[in-house]
Design a protein around this ligand. Structure first.
Ligand SMILES: *Cc1c(COP(=O)(O)O)cnc(C)c1O
Ligand code: SF4
Length: 342
């Protein structure tokens, strides 16, 4: 997720393209990578794009996502999620592995922390760099780069009959092209004790064109039940194109859920959280988790307290149907499941 790895790169200089570039790859290539250019595009003072120091985690914001930001508003909830801020470098030293992922690594790119579910870091890259992301410090150099590099993870999954669900995560697994994804998923579907495939992705939100016909065909044909967990934090992230992408995923037979992160200045108020849940349910997505921010260096300015979060979710319960209220959770190292906070 720090950068696209070589084989994931949308353009390979010197290599002639065999098939036309898919729309979503084109959007990825055209994404904003310069804070100044993004600020100018949004009619904001260009200096706003000059953070105090280079964080090593560059801006990456695809245009379909940027198109949902309000021009001229430096506090826009979508802009705040992607624009590097000077506060990032002022933060105190915090562990890079906040949630105890590394001890759960069972094979290259495979985390097995919770019973029955194993998480495969299928790709190192993302289509958007979210400033609050706890994976911003993760050693993605270690995640599999070639199909053969998945062998140890596949062997581990074959050897453990207690695993019934594989979660494709990352980075963002949908940054893999359809052909590569299909090869991985075919290997998983060959493991008899696997019953479900979960895909954790922000791509259908930030570049809805990623929900291609081949992807939907793959989901529809698969022996495994497919659950797609989207990642959205604010109702403004959901436009008609996102809604259509969700329709296509659901028509292909996927169950579609959403996870959010509670973010100060973005969604840490009742109106924003209720609007997000209403919007998700309207487009056929069930709110699943609201995560307390995982503390890693550089994200402190997004933090709200556990009691604020719990109070917000209690208030949501007073004005929404039960299925529209996400579980407020926190990832704690060594725990057998995500800790329920409200
Ligand atoms: C969050 C997570 C899961 C999935 O947990 P659910 O509660 O089933 O959504 C699985 N493995 C790891 C390592 C996780 O962090
Ligand atoms: S939150 Fe998800 S999409 Fe955003 S940078 Fe982190 S892993 Fe990538």
């Amino acid at each position: 997720m720090l950068s696209l790895s070589d084989q994931d790169s949308p353009v390979r200089p010197g290599v002639p393209e065999i098939s036309p570039e898919p729309d979503w790859r084109r959007e990825l290539r055209l994404a904003f990578r310069s804070p100044r250019a993004l600020c100018e595009h949004l009619k904001l003072p260009p200096e706003l794009g000059d953070p105090a120091a280079d964080s090593g985690f560059p801006l990456l914001a695809p245009r379909p996502f940027v198109a949902r930001m309000r021009p001229g508003d430096p506090a826009d909830p979508l802009l705040l999620q992607v624009l590097p801020r000077p506060e990032e470098s002022q933060s105190e030293a915090l562990p890079a592995d906040a949630v105890g992922d590394l001890p759960s690594q069972r094979a290259n790119g495979l985390l097995h922390k919770y019973r029955g579910r194993a998480l495969l870091m299928a790709a190192g890259g993302c289509a958007v760099n979210c400033r609050y992301c706890f994976r911003r410090h993760f050693p993605y150099g270690a995640t599999p780069k070639s199909d053969a590099a998945w062998d140890p993870a596949i062997e581990y999954l074959q050897s453990d009959p207690t695993v019934s669900e594989v979660i494709l995560s990352g980075g963002d697994p949908l940054i893999l092209g359809d052909a590569r994804l299909e090869r991985l998923v075919a290997r998983l579907a060959d493991i008899p004790h696997l019953r479900r495939l979960r895909i954790h992705s922000r791509l259908p939100i930030v570049i809805p064109q990623r929900v291609t016909d081949p992807l939907c065909d793959l989901i529809a044909r698969l022996r495994l039940r497919v659950v797609v967990v989207l990642h959205t934090n604010h109702a403004n992230e959901i436009d008609d194109a996102v809604s259509e992408a969700v329709d296509e995923l659901r028509r292909a037979g996927a169950m579609v859920l959403n996870q959010s992160v509670l973010l100060r200045g973005v969604n840490d108020n009742l109106e924003a959280l209720v609007a997000l849940s209403e919007r998700l349910v309207d487009i056929g997505v069930t709110p699943y988790y609201l995560h307390q921010l995982d503390m890693v260096a550089g994200v402190r300015h997004f933090e709200s307290t556990l009691s604020e979060g719990a109070a917000l979710v209690e208030s949501m319960r007073r004005c929404l149907p039960g299925y529209a209220v996400p579980r407020f959770v926190q990832e704690q190292a060594g725990e057998p499941y995500k800790t329920l906070l409200a």
